[in-house]
Design a protein around this ligand. Sequence first.
Ligand code: ZN
Length: 452
Amino acid sequence: MNQVSTTEPSSLEETISLLSELIQNRCVNPPGDEMRSIRTVERTLQEHGIESRVLESAPGRGNLVARIPGSGDGPSLMFGPSHVDVVPVEDPGSWEEDPFSGVVKDGNVWGRGSLDMLFIVAAQVRALIELHEEGFKPRGDLILLVVSDEEAGGALGAGWMMENHPELVRTDYSVSEAGGLSIAPGRVHFFAGEKGVARKRITFRGRPGHGSMPFGSDNAVVKLSEAVTRLSRYSPPLTTKHLGQLAEGLGLGLLQRAMLTNPTLLNLSLGRLRSRQPAMAMLLHSLSRMTVSPNVVQGGVKVNVIPERAHVDLDIRTLPGQDEEYVIARLREALGPLADEAIIEDPEGPERGFMSYGSSSPPRSEFVEAMERAIGREMPGATLVPLIVPGASDCRFMRALGAQAYGFSLFDPETPVNDLVDLAHGTNERVSVKTLELTQRVHLHLARDVLS
Ligand SMILES: [Zn+2]
């Protein structure tokens, strides 16, 4: 599909150099130090006559809000919350380019954070500037919210803004990270919701004794290993609602749709996909149920002592609507006869008590139609397909304030989907200039459509 028009070269060059600078600022979280990039955005806006407010949530950490005020007779739209923090680079030596160079090579801007999600930040900042410069008078406010700390849960970023300055971030609609891939010809995905995160520790107690005479012993590690096996074999109840929306969005025929939405057939489909398209199998699996992954195990103190305590830490991901009570009930069900002995609690350490609920906005609405029109202006005839993100995002904070929040961008339709799965948070992370340009343009179309 061809793009119908192009962005002015000077504007695109400014977007690229802004993206490069954000990458060079290396706001690796932890520790974040996002103020470097917050100041970059503040300065960029200032150079074009746009005032913004910078709000410090902790030393070196902060968030920025800018707005083009509306006349007050229409809905408001937020570009964001868009985060400027990035995840660490494990082995810079395995990269083809310095991960913090922001260099432009072979039509791509290279660097950690380019995909997640600095290209959207750059596109949104530049779209706001373009609208300001053309004297755009929106009906409702157009708000830009750039935040810190998304990669560590958002407590100092979007979550902090929601708690401390709700009046600055309240909006009817918000568009943030991810989405925009052509998952089938002319079918572009967007994120309408996200899964929740729950972390739980299950502990077993035993009776200590000498390891030389284990007969009849009450061994915490033995009980724990049985529990881990039960948890890994457990299949929580299936919900095919989200897969149904996906099947409909992809325009699948009756049989293919049934393969995704009938629980028995879904299990067959997953079995077949597992060898042929493992990434797709993992995604469909995660979108159809709560998942439980037993990831850390500890038990015992010495090889000749029968262990008194053992625990496992679980990474649990819930679908929208599944709460803590649901999580505990499913874990007890999985543990079966071991449930009464199991102590289920929050794991210790920095992630203690971290629980975010899954959330979603309507997969189809007037606003979604506006997003579809914006995409359609760059890819004529394209339709939008709703998906749920398997991980948590800042959109949940906006939904908690009553906004409809979506993951929205537009990738060059030539982008191979499988490559992207490896690149975000991975080695040689990079984004194509084409994708950067398309994303800036769909933001411009969307704002003009919704706010005029
Ligand atoms: Zn991100």
